[in-house]
Design a protein around this ligand. Structure first.
Ligand code: ACO
Length: 430
């Protein structure tokens, strides 16, 4: 017999179906609550609301588990790379050799930017934030592929394979261009022989007569950072993508909205905050202990950035993976970054401290990713852009899932707390 839940309002019981997920997560399906009772559920920020059913990513925050399409993130980190995992996230299955070759080929073929888009870059002030440029450019891309961005669901789905590879490929080119523009450097064209991440680093750091040198450890590290960010179920930007898509908007418009949502400091901006915090500790000649003591005061502005997570109440599995990668990259590049020593010290102090233990606060993915990107030479104001490149497969997968499902346009209810009805007073009588 299928499980149900009872809600009792004014002594009147109402029965609702219970939905059970693959991993036995339970939800009470209250879709008919308002029709039956006149009540709605209230959950500010949706912290306890499942907004959809999704087959893409599973997270168990208590255990520190993250899986894409059923595969543990640790296994993907060891055996896979960003492009293969992107295919998995978008299409639901690991690719065969020929599927992967074709996917790679399409990504490579789509790396260049339409000549017309270069003039957009010229129009932005030099100090524009790269996330502002990226969201504008991702949406503008749709103008060059009107058949893929028609807002006709059937037609957009027909072209999804092309649209997905265009976005995955060009988001990286656009990101590199926004960096070059900011520093007044000439744009560098992609190279067909380079793999995804090194091609990005080439477009970022090559000079007209001095090519960026391929480094397998750096390539692997960047692959890992992007792979670890590929999806994270219904976070702020992904929910935004689904919300925009639910109105029938095309993939480019929906992904562009995702970039805007990610820009916020409470979402994609936390990795920058970690570096700022470590630099401050270094500048204050603190070994971290004074900062940790202040972080325990309860003052939100003194929080240990890169620690704690809304969902993970255990070590963020992504942080575990990046901790080791961080040391590898610094060793390979011969970088002696005092910020890494401070980060390790902070982790050491905090993980042995009762305050952090009791509140189950552990390092999150942002704690090490920033140090790695800094060592590679990526400036701090590009960190959120890197997050956007990594998250693109997730946004595409969620757009696809929504577009191929039966979800209605998203339209939450509210509890109105404004003024009751009042009479309008003409301006000369106020
Ligand atoms: N440093 C010190 N104390 C903390 C921290 C921290 N980083 N995070 C939470 N706490 C404390 C709170 O003060 C609170 O203490 P109290 O119970 O004595 O009042 C307790 O832990 C619980 O805090 P909440 O805010 O309820 O925890 P929540 O799980 O809702 O917050 C959040 C998660 C917002 C990520 C928080 O841990 C935080 O601000 N961390 C620092 C910012 C950060 O690293 N963000 C990146 C998240 S990962 C990502 O977005 C990709």
């Amino acid at each position: 017999m299928s499980e149900t839940a009872k809600i009792i309002i004014a002594d009147q019981p109402y029965e609702f179906p219970v939905i059970t997920g693959t991993e036995n997560e339970k939800a009470i399906d209250t879709a008919r609550l308002r029709d039956l009772t006149g009540y709605v559920t209230y959950d500010d920020g949706y912290g306890n609301t499942a907004s959809c059913e999704s087959a893409i990513t599973f997270i168990d925050g208590e255990q520190g588990t993250l899986r894409y399409r059923g595969y543990d993130i640790q296994d993907l980190a060891v055996h896979s790379n960003f492009i293969e995992s992107a295919y998995l996230v978008v299409y639901g299955e690991l690719p065969t050799i020929s599927q992967l070759q074709n996917f790679r080929h399409l990504i490579l073929r789509n790396a260049a930017i339409h000549q017309g888009m270069f003039s957009f870059f010229e129009a932005f002030p030099n100090n524009s934030h790269p996330m502002a440029i990226l969201s504008a450019m991702v949406n503008s891309l749709g103008c060059y592929y009107p058949e893929m961005a028609s807002n006709n669901r059937e037609q957009d789905l027909e072209h999804l394979d092309s649209a997905a590879t265009i976005l995955l490929s060009k988001v990286r080119t656009l990101a590199a261009m926004s960096y070059r523009m900011k520093y007044g450097l000439p744009f560098i064209h992609p190279k067909p022989e380079l793999p995804y991440c090194s091609n990005f680093l080439h477009m970022m750091f090559s000079e007209p007569y001095a090519d960026y040198k391929f480094n397998p450890v750096v390539d692997r590290a960047l692959n890992l950072i992007l792979l670890l960010h590929a999806d994270h179920e219904q976070n702020c930007s992904t929910s935004t993508v689904r919300m925009v898509a639910s109105g029938g908007a095309n993939l480019f418009a929906s992904a562009s909205a995702g970039v805007c949502a990610l820009w916020g400091p409470a979402h994609g901006g936390a990795n920058m905050a970690v570096i700022h915090m470590l630099a401050q500790i270094h500048q204050d000649s603190d070994d971290g202990s004074r900062f940790v003591a202040a972080a325990k005061s309860g003052d939100k502005s003194k929080r240990l950035m890169g620690f704690g997570h809304r969902v993970y109440k255990n070590y963020d599995p992504r942080a575990k993976i990046l901790r080791k990668t961080c040391a590898d990259v610094l060793n390979t590049l011969g970088v002696n970054d005092p910020l890494l020593d401070i980060a390790l010290k902070l982790e050491e102090i905090a993980t042995h401290d009762e305050y952090f233990h009791a509140r189950r606060l552990y390092p999150n993915v942002d704690f090490y990713s920033g140090i790695i990107m800094r060592a590679i030479g990526i400036p701090v104001d590009m960190f959120t852009v890197m997050f956007a490149i990594g998250r693109m497969p997730g946004w595409i997968a969620h757009w696809r899932e929504l577009a191929t499902g039966n979800s209605p346009i998203h339209r939450p209810r509210q509890i109105y707390t404004g003024s009751p009805r009042r009479e309008f007073t003409p301006i000369d009588q106020r």
